[in-house]
Design a protein around this ligand. Sequence first.
Ligand code: BG6
Ligand code: MG
Length: 214
Amino acid sequence: MMKSIIFDLDGVIVFTDMYHYAAWKKLADSKGIYFDETINNRLRGVSRMESLEIVLEKYEGSPLSGEEKAALAAEKNDCYRKLLSGMKPDDVSKEVRDTLALLKKRGHRLAIGSSSKNAREILDRVGLIDFFDAISDGNNISQSKPHPEVFLKAAEYLGVCPGSCVVVEDAYAGIDAAKEAGMTAIAVGDAASYEKADYVLEMFSDLAEIKMNY
Ligand code: BG6
Ligand code: MG
């Protein structure tokens, strides 16, 4: 039996994490809120509204109402979506595309497990929307990573049991979510230093070297 593989999207398949950073930074600067890459790393895998709460930890103004917070999140998302609008198939590297194609050819079922509500638009823009057998994203969950819901939903959509899935993630919160779901956790990028990961990839293409049948 071949394992099913669930990929996080932002920071794993595409480097939209830099657009998230740029959009949060613009919002923070416009409101006089300190924001840097270390704070940004805490936003990986975390939902938009939870990310806003982390950004607001450095906010020193008068308390904000729920409506004001929603407006700030919308402002960030508008800026982020403008950056996304320039994305095209070239934004997925040849290495990532070739590795995904190889894994699919070997018979693995592939899914997306992303906290983002913009996941389908991104996949559409880079020409990968029909490549995955299932997409679980920010629109079908009520709790974001480190809660396992997004990965458990992906397994459900694939029609497989969680124990037969591996997850590829760049976020600490995503590695925690994968382990909590009873899945094998493979770390790339920022998550590579996280000791809870079962495997660490130096390069995305190394994924094809990991034994993933059972
Ligand atoms: C995750 C990102 O994939 O999606 C987070 O790692 C982001 O940084 C989250 O906050 C929600 O994204 P969106 O597109 O719904 O604002
Ligand atoms: Mg990510």
